[in-house]
Design a binder for this molecule. Structure first.
Ligand code: ADP
Length: 431
């Protein structure tokens, strides 16, 4: 028997967010980074999320990568496919949400899919097809200024109509209020009229449950991680999912504890401060990194010594906006970022090789750099530490025990995240 759900996420942290919600709803989940070249031996896995980088890339690339992911997921036996994008529907008039959905529908020979971006617990709701962030329309939420995909229109039917040649319909709240069966009837009636894409209203969790019931048999659904949280209950009702007491159970962690931080977001700066009041840390300076290898060697020597004394240890480039601007003014934005990311990748590679087995990385780009330096291709998703950030585990060649890894995007996590992450992770010593 294959997996139940195969998901294609248009970015890395979005993939983790979905995977985390699937685990919380009872599915055992693996996230893979890019489309694997071979089928995987998936033991005790109900869902796989393929993390792509297709949100802002050229449309043809997004379509090609998404179809490759779909083919691979179908090869793993996925019963339902989920195209995951951001709860703020991040896209441009060229796509990529519309073109990718069209291509996936065509490959699946399916006639219709739904668009359910809402994530009510995070304040993302949809009413009459209009997306709200908190009490603001999407187009007035700050997203109108996004550097890559400014969202200047909150009317998702209109937004999607610009991205697809096919008709776009609406499942309004009044329909949802009549329940799952009535909503399915509405979707079927729209399908008979040739409506391929249906934007769905969602005000709260109850609406997500109605929608999940209505769409559980569709070959393809699309949306944010809110829908992902509601679907597993429907799979269970269908008898597709085994009852598992601890879907996020990981092997006991082992090895030294290290935090690498390349995020300069406000939440991370608070977490760095909090950690440094309790444990040692080394500040990486991009200007010093630009001058040669000495600075990195000093960071490495510091980390080795402190890890040897028991850890946990923090190495951080995180700095306040003034210092970041100063580094960027001298080095340029891209080079400053690259120097930091390379340094974090090198530190991770060397220190994991030398016995770090529990690693926290702060920053979306920084996490990407570390994951790729370590050559990581798949992560089993464990329990969440804070909303949206789970512990994960990955097998490492040449190492008997897996590496435990927590990848935190900038603004996530409470102030004590860097210390609490290790406190909540079961280790070999404290099973
Ligand atoms: P977040 O998730 O908070 O946005 P990211 O890791 O995605 O964090 O992005 C932070 C970016 O800032 C990275 O490219 C990182 O290399 C860069 N960076 C980190 N520290 C500094 C610094 N002190 N000066 C300049 N750039 C930095």
């Amino acid at each position: 028997m294959g997996i139940v759900l195969g998901a294609i996420a248009d970015d890395f942290t979005g993939a983790t967010d979905l995977a985390n919600n699937l685990v919380r709803s009872g599915m055992r989940c693996v996230q893979v980074i890019g489309v694997p070249e071979q089928p995987l031996a998936l033991v005790d896995v109900d869902a796989v999320v393929v993390a792509l980088k297709s949100r802002s890339c050229p449309t043809s690339q997004a379509v090609e990568d998404s179809l490759a992911a779909l083919d691979w997921l179908q090869g793993q036996g996925a019963r339902q496919c989920f195209f995951k994008y951001c709860s703020t529907f991040d896209s441009t008039d060229a796509g990529n949400i519309g073109p990718v959905s069209d291509a996936l529908l065509e490959r699946l020979r399916a006639s219709q899919t739904v668009m359910v971006p809402a994530f009510p617990v995070n304040g993302r709701t949809v009413y009459q097809g209009h997306l709200f962030v908190g009490d603001r329309l999407l187009s007035d939420s700050g997203m109108q200024h996004h550097p890559l995909n400014p969202m200047r229109d909150a009317d998702l039917v209109r937004v999607l109509t610009r991205q697809t040649p096919h008709p776009v319909g609406l499942a309004a709240r009044a329909v949802l209020a009549r329940g799952g069966a009535a909503t399915r009837q509405h979707l079927n009636a729209l399908a008979e009229q040739g409506v391929r894409h249906v934007i769905c209203d969602t005000l709260d969790e109850a609406d997500l449950e109605v929608l999940a019931e209505a769409v559980v048999d569709m070959p393809l659904v699309t949306g944010g991680s809110g829908l992902g949280q509601a679907l597993p209950a429907q799979y269970r009702r269908r008898g597709w999912l085994a009852e598992v007491a601890e879907p996020g159970r990981l092997a006991p962690a082992s090895g030294r504890a290290l935090v690498l931080s390349g995020s300069c977001s406000r939440a991370t700066l608070g977490q760095v401060r909090h950690f440094l009041e309790r444990h040692p840390g080394f500040a990486l300076d991009p200007l010093a990194l630009a001058e040669g290898d000495d600075h990195l060697a000093a960071a490495l020597a510091f980390a080795r010594e402190r890890l040897g004394a028991g850890g946990p240890v923090l190495v951080y480039a995180s700095a306040d906006p003034r210092r970041v601007e100063a580094a960027q003014a001298t080095l340029g934005v891209a080079r400053a970022g690259r120097l930091v990311e390379q340094a974090l990748g090198q530190l991770a590679t060397i220190l994991v090789e030398e016995g770090v087995g529990r690693l926290v990385v702060a920053g979306g780009e920084s996490s990407g750099a570390v994951v790729s330096a370590l050559g990581i291709r798949q992560l089993r998703i464990g329990e969440q530490i804070d909303p949206g950030v789970p512990w994960t585990q990955t097998p490492l060649s040449g190492r008997a025990a897996p590496l435990s890894l927590a990848l935190k995007s900038g603004n996530f996590g409470g102030e004590d995240f860097f210390t609490r992450a290790f406190a909540v992770l079961p280790t070999e010593e404290t099973p």
